[in-house]
Design a protein around this ligand. Structure first.
Ligand SMILES: [Mn+2]
Length: 350
């Protein structure tokens, strides 16, 4: 074995480091002649193709048909951070691509997780009326009864999920899940938000193929990568090469100040520095505040925060999320104290 001691240019190390590259990585890269921060960034062109994800093409055709026919879509979300970011990505992305879409989010205390028949009934009874399509994000792969109920009520169902399926799949119209039988997508670790993002990439390609817009005039889905990064880190999925690429691109956009108003507001209320945004901020500052809404209250607050374009409203919602998170911390603290108090007599008796 031969070791080569390199002497990286301090100027290049500094350039890379100030662009957010880890100090050790900056030394290694500079030692190999990398001088520009862009060279250190993985490129979006190396992202795995949506064509590799089983049934993403069928989902894209179904959604393109629905948009062309003026049909209505309803996203059924999940009440954790992955589900909330996936819902915001679906709402923003589908609207950019011309769809009429709103959402329903199940509640931990009243409906429980997933597309249950009770949630399907809620969807059908919304004030806006029964939608033509239900799109699940970050849930649905186990919702056999819910899909049956949706069909009874005349709604079609697109399931987007990343959870491991059981032996029997629901009879949905389309299922996109890298972990379903027959899917050879090389990254099995996509989060729920990543799966939805891939469906949007496939839908945009389908619309391009239909001549709805050309490559130059197509909506910029990369504006959603901040949300993809947050959901992916918060869901603690494995950061394989494809997920690392999604997260790195999202973080880069954040550091450049290109992010959703809700994310900007969450950085502000948590006192985290946007110019140095990293995985820690997503996993330990933003993620827990979104998750607290689903644990203690209603994830609607989280989804509204992530999907509003109004900066003032985003800030108010971020403050609500911060308050809910404080309450969660208080509850945990009291539980710890009670547990300790209950243990003390036992320890004294030893
Ligand atoms: Mn998830």
């Amino acid at each position: 074995m031969r070791f080569i001691v390199r002497d990286p240019s301090p100027r290049n190390v500094h350039r890379l480091q100030s662009a957010g590259v880890h100090p050790l990585l900056a030394r290694l890269l500079a030692g190999r002649g990398v001088s520009e921060p862009e060279q250190a960034q993985p490129q979006m062109s190396s992202l795995l193709s949506p064509a590799l994800l089983l049934h993403a093409d069928a989902a894209a055709r179904a959604l393109a048909d629905a948009i062309a026919a003026g049909e209505t879509l309803c996203v059924v979300a999940d009440y954790d951070c992955d589900g909330a970011t996936a819902c915001a990505v679906a709402l923003r992305g589908l609207r950019m691509l011309g769809a009429s879409v709103d959402y329903v989010v199940p509640n931990r205390f009243t409906t429980g997780y997933g597309l249950s028949p009770a949630v399907v009934d809620l969807v059908a009874q919304r004030p806006r009326g029964r939608p033509d399509w239900i799109i699940t994000v970050d849930n649905g792969i186990a919702s056999i009864d819910g899909v049956r109920r949706a069909h009874e009520l005349g709604m079609r169902v697109l399931i987007t999920d990343h959870h491991l399926p059981a032996a029997q799949l629901p009879q949905a119209d389309v299922i996109v899940n890298p972990n379903q039988p027959g899917c050879t997508f090389p990254s099995k670790n996509l989060a729920g938000v990543g799966v939805m993002f891939y469906v949007l990439l496939a839908l945009r390609a389908e619309l391009r193929g239909r001549g709805v817009f050309d490559a130059a005039g197509q909506p910029r889905l990369d504006s959603l990568l901040d949300l993809v990064a947050l959901g992916t880190v918060a869901d603690v999925v494995r950061l394989d090469a494809n997920n690392r690429l999604l997260v790195a691109q999202g973080l880069r956009r954040m550091r450049e100040g290109r992010l959703q108003p809700g994310l900007r507001a969450l950085f502000a209320v948590t006192g985290r520095e946007l110019a140095r945004a990293g995985c820690f901020d997503l996993g330990f500052a933003l993620g827990p505040r979104i998750n607290a809404a689903g644990r203690l209250a209603d994830m609607t607050v989280g989804i509204e925060c992530l999907s509003t374009d109004d900066h003032e409203q985003a800030l108010q919602l971020a403050q609500s999320l911060d308050a809910i998170n404080r309450e969660r911390r208080g509850i945990e603290q009291r539980m710890r104290e009670q547990a300790q108090a209950a243990l003390e007599p036992l320890q004294a008796g030893q």
